[in-house]
Design a protein around this ligand. Structure first.
Ligand code: FAD
Length: 282
C-alpha cells in the first residue's frame, strides 16, 4: 500500500493583522512536518499581488518546507501575472496551483486568462521551473453542465502542463470514489491530493458547501443539527468524522491528504496526531 503525502493549506492573514501572525500559525504546525504547504491567493487586486509570495518566502526561509503558491488568473493582466510569478520565483516557491478564480460581482475580468488552463500554459511556457498543480471537483464545478463534461475539461489543464490535482472539499468518500473511477476511465492518471475540510463550526460548513455547491451527507447533517448550539461537542464529533474520512481515504490508496487548516493550528495538530500512524511506512 502506498504512503500518501500529508500537506496543508494556509491563507495570508489580512494586512492589518501583520504578516507575522501567519508565522505563529505555521510555527505551531511544524510538528506536523507537512510534505508541502500551499498558500492561497486573493482575487488579484493590486494590493494582493505580493502577499502570497511574501508568506511563501518566509515559510520557505524559516521552516524549509516546500511551498505551493496558488494563483488565480481571471483578473490578471500578463504584466501582473509576471509580477506575481517573478515574486514566486524569488520566494523559492516549488509549484503553482493554477486557478481560474471566482467571478466577483461588479468587477470586470481582465480577459487574458479565461480558464486555469490558459494560465497553466502561460506558466509552462515562461516559467518552466514550477511544478503545476490544478483543482478538481468530485461533485463537479458549479459552472459545469455535468460531472463528465467537467472531467473532460480537466484534460485542458493537463495538456497545458498540470501534473498533480487537488480536490475541492467533499464529505462523502463515495462521491470521490465515483469521480476517481470516471477520471481513471478517461485515461487520466495524475496523482490527486484530497482536500479535507475540518468540521468545527456548523455555520461555516453550511456557508462553504453552499459557495462551492458541495453537499452535506445525512450522517454529517445529523451531527451538525444535534450539536449546532454546543460548540465543544460539535468540535469533538466533527473531529471524529474527519479522522474517519481520512482513514477511509488512506485505505482507498489516495495519493495525498491536503488539509485546509483555516489557519487553526490546534485543530490541525489534533487531526494529525490521530491519523499519523496511517501515514507511517509499513
Ligand atoms: P477552471 O479549471 O477554469 O474551471 C472552471 C469551469 O470551466 C469548470 O466548469 C470547467 O469544467 C470549465 N473549464 C475548464 N477549462 C476549460 C476550458 N479550457 N474550456 C472550457 N471550459 C473549461 N480561489 C481563489 O480565489 N483563491 C485560491 O487560492 C483558491 N484556491 C483553491 C484551491 C483548491 C484546491 C480549489 C479546489 C479551489 C480553489 N479556489 C481558489 C477556488 C477556484 O478559484 C474556483 O473554484 C473557480 O471557480 C474555478 O477555478 P478552476 O481553476 O477550477 O477553474
Amino acid at each position: 500500500m502506498r504512503v500518501p503525502s500529508f500537506s496543508l493549506e494556509v491563507f495570508p492573514t489580512k494586512p492589518e493583522a501583520g504578516i507575522d501572525s501567519i508565522f505563529s500559525t505555521v510555527e505551531q504546525l511544524q510538528s506536523v512536518k507537512p510534505d508541502y504547504v500551499s498558500v492561497t491567493f486573493g482575487t488579484g487586486k493590486s494590493s494582493d499581488l505580493r502577499r502570497t509570495a511574501d508568506v511563501c518566502n518566509k515559510i520557505h526561509e524559516r521552516f524549509e518546507v516546500p511551498t505551493i503558491a496558488h494563483l488565480t488568473g481571471l483578473y490578471l493582466s500578463k504584466d501582473e501575472a509576471d509580477i506575481v510569478l517573478q515574486a514566486y520565483q524569488n520566494a523559492g516557491v516549488q509549484g503553482v496551483l493554477v486557478l481560474r478564480g471566482d467571478k466577483v460581482e461588479g468587477r470586470e475580468v481582465a480577459n487574458v486568462f479565461h480558464h486555469a488552463s490558459d494560465l497553466a500554459q502561460y506558466i509552462h511556457d515562461n516559467y518552466p521551473q514550477f511544478d503545476l498543480y490544478g483543482a478538481c471537483y468530485p461533485q463537479k464545478h458549479p459552472d459545469a453542465e455535468s460531472l463528465d463534461s467537467d472531467i473532460d475539461n480537466l484534460q485542458y489543464k493537463i495538456d497545458a502542463g498540470v501534473s498533480r490535482l487537488i480536490t475541492q472539499l467533499f464529505f462523502d468518500n463515495d462521491d470521490y470514489e465515483r469521480f476517481a473511477e470516471k477520471v481513471r476511465a478517461k485515461g487520466i492518471d495524475l496523482p490527486i491530493d484530497i482536500g479535507i475540510m475540518p468540521v468545527s463550526n456548523a455555520g461555516q460548513i453550511r456557508r462553504m458547501t453552499s459557495l462551492c455547491s458541495a453537499t452535506i451527507p445525512k450522517s454529517l447533517q445529523r451531527i451538525m443539527s444535534k450539536w449546532e448550539h454546543d460548540p465543544d461537542s460539535l468540535r469533538k464529533a466533527g473531529f471524529m468524522y474527519v479522522c474517519e474520512q481520512i482513514s477511509e481515504l488512506v485505505a482507498m490508496d489516495v495519493s495525498g491528504i491536503h488539509l485546509y487548516t483555516l489557519n487553526q493550528p490546534e485543530v490541525t495538530k489534533h487531526i494529525w496526531q490521530t491519523v499519523q500512524p496511517l501515514f507511517a511506512q509499513v
